[in-house]
Design a protein around this ligand. Sequence first.
Ligand SMILES: [Zn+2]
Length: 93
Amino acid sequence: MMTLISDVMNRLMGRLTCRETLELLQQHLDGELPADQTRRVAEHLDHCRLCNAESDIYEQIKQAIMTSGVADPDVVQRLERFGERVGNGEIVD
Ligand SMILES: [Zn+2]
C-alpha cells in the first residue's frame, strides 16, 4: 500500500499527508489558516507534485469565479473527479 507507506513517512517527518493537505488546501489558498498550518501546507506543496496540481486547479476556479462570477464547469468537474479519487484511495503520493 503506497499510500500508507507515504503517509507514515510524512508523519515521521512531521509533514502533512496528501489527504490532510487537500482538506486544508482551500482554506490555505483563501488565507484562512493559522500561521503554523499555513507553513505545513506550504512545506507539503514544496515536495508534492500531486497537491501542487490540485492547488493549481483551485487557483483556476478562484480566478474563473473572480473574473466571470461563475466557475468553469470543466474545471469544477475535474476537481470533483479528483476529490472522488482521493476519497477512494486511488491516488498515491
Ligand atoms: Zn501531497
